[in-house]
Design a protein around this ligand. Sequence first.
Ligand code: NAP
Length: 303
Amino acid sequence: MEDVIIIGAGAAGLTAAIYAGRKKLNAVLVTGPNIGGETNSTNDIQNYPGYEGPGPELMKKFWAQAKKWGVQVKEARVTKVTHAGHFTLELDSGEKMESRAVILCYGRERRKLNIPGEDQFFGRGLSTCTTCDAPLFPNKDTVVIGGGNSAVEGALELARIARKVYLVHRRDRFRADEVTVEKARAEPKIEIILNASPAEIKGDKFVKSLVVEDAVSKERRELPVQGIFSEIGWETHTGMVAGLVETNQAGEIVVDVLLRTKTPGLYACGDLTSVPYKQTVISAGHGAVAALEAYKFVTGAKH
Ligand code: NAP
């Protein structure tokens, strides 16, 4: 029986491991091969206090610190978590693990465009995070793909930095809040292209254009841009903790300010939670809070 099992080794999971280690909890980090998680996909972090540079470098520091505090690591995928007094985790290997507390830090998956050039240009002009990467495109020509709040808000954010922002949406109306759409329509730097699906990303070493296809005429148009922001939403997988957590409309795990889910001893951190700001610094903070709460829970200490 472990004290705490942390699932996922991004900023949240690694921070939880550091805190659990310093509290001398018997902690196991169960993770796939991607140590560092989503932060690894950002080339230039400018908003993590005390650090500026590539995301993977920052995550290497988190990882080294977690190992220093003695976290045990198990490379596996958790397929199911059940609760009956304590938690039982089933792994893809068929093995089972037991723990008094569990911290969910396994993030979410970005929806893919599934178009040619997507994998080749990811991190070379193609980004999935306007908040993170918009400052890298001052006075550049850019495009945001999507029709939800992330895309329209992202276009507005970019318009403050970039020279030009195309906002490409595959339908004739936006899913985003009307007030936000009105702001985008009023912004002279934003050109809205509706009924247009992204078809191909072109470039050499870096992005040079996005090809879009009209939904009706099927005519193709090439938008000359240096930056492409795919803001087409995310998927949070919660099947393995079904019944143990509540989810919101977006499918994210609902937590309180102490990162508690509806099941005592089960915590959730970072991008898979209902907390709206998906940022490395926030995930790290979540990991710290959840590990300290798990410590109280496991040791029976009073609030
Ligand atoms: P979303 O609401 O799921 O919107 C995704 C958008 O991408 C949709 O317009 C969708 O088109 C489009 N899309 C999906 N797959 C596509 C593809 N393969 N090619 C082209 N377009 C594609 O995602 P989100 O904007 O990230 O928002 C997620 C949640 O967070 C929402 O509940 C949103 O309201 C919330 N949010 C709130 C705020 C805020 O309140 N300030 C800010 C950001 C996000 P269709 O419309 O055709 O499906």
